[in-house]
Write a protein that binds this ligand. Structure first.
Ligand code: SF4
Length: 199
């Protein structure tokens, strides 16, 4: 068995990498995450993964197309609500990972998205299996969420960057949804006052 492990970010890679190493499985990481916004955040996550890979001694294959933001936006299209956006986002990344795994002769592929408690675990599993079938390889499924706290503790001990939102600009805005609503309310009130004074 040889696994290409799609890696969404450094902190999420720690526990899955520990598991694969303990099992003695041959693997390499693969970074392809065009969903991350803005570019400086993308850069920080790349640097954090470099640190994790160095610390844990595993190789990372970096997607040749680099950032890929424009392509991701075109694929998400008008499906901006998270109910539709996230499945497309998983699909785009897992399709690319499965393709890379096939082309490079890996027998399996997997993803660190299976580590996060905040992602749609079952959906990721289903999409992974679908892509594996499409490309004629196997999807390595493991519920890495079992190591949620262990991964957090280790990433903190390493002092690497831990991102405060999923990745896309929408998830960044949703992180501040309450604050945004308060601000919008204030803006509307000011607009109302301005209109009154203009009468
Ligand atoms: S919230 Fe996360 S999974 Fe959903 S579209 Fe944004 S980056 Fe992708």
């Amino acid at each position: 068995m040889k696994i290409l492990l799609h890696v969404c970010c450094g902190p999420c890679a720690i526990y899955p990498v520990n598991v694969l190493k303990e099992l003695g499985v041959e693997f390499e990481g693969f970074f392809f995450n065009p969903n991350i916004h803005p570019f400086l955040e993308f850069e920080r996550r790349v640097l954090a993964l470099e640190e994790v890979a160095k610390h844990k001694r595993f190789n990372v294959i970096w997607a040749q197309e680099g950032y890929g933001l424009q392509s991701w936006i075109l694929q998400v299209g008008k499906n901006l609500d998270s109910g539709k956006r996230c499945p497309i986002c998983y699909d785009v990344r897992l399709e690319r990972a499965a393709k890379e795994a096939k082309e490079r002769g890996f027998s399996h592929f997997s993803t660190t998205l299976l580590y996060s408690k905040y992602q749609r675990h079952q959906l990721i599993k289903e999409i992974g299996q679908e892509k594996a079938e499409k490309f004629g390889i196997e999807f390595y499924y493991h519920d890495f969420r079992e190591g949620w706290q262990a991964g957090i503790d280790e990433s903190r001990a390493m002092g690497i960057y831990r991102q405060p939102y999923c990745g896309c600009v929408f998830s960044e805005a949703e992180r501040y949804s309450k604050r945004m609503k308060r601000l919008e309310k204030r803006m509307n009130e000011k607009e109302g006052q301005g209109n009154e004074s203009n009468v």
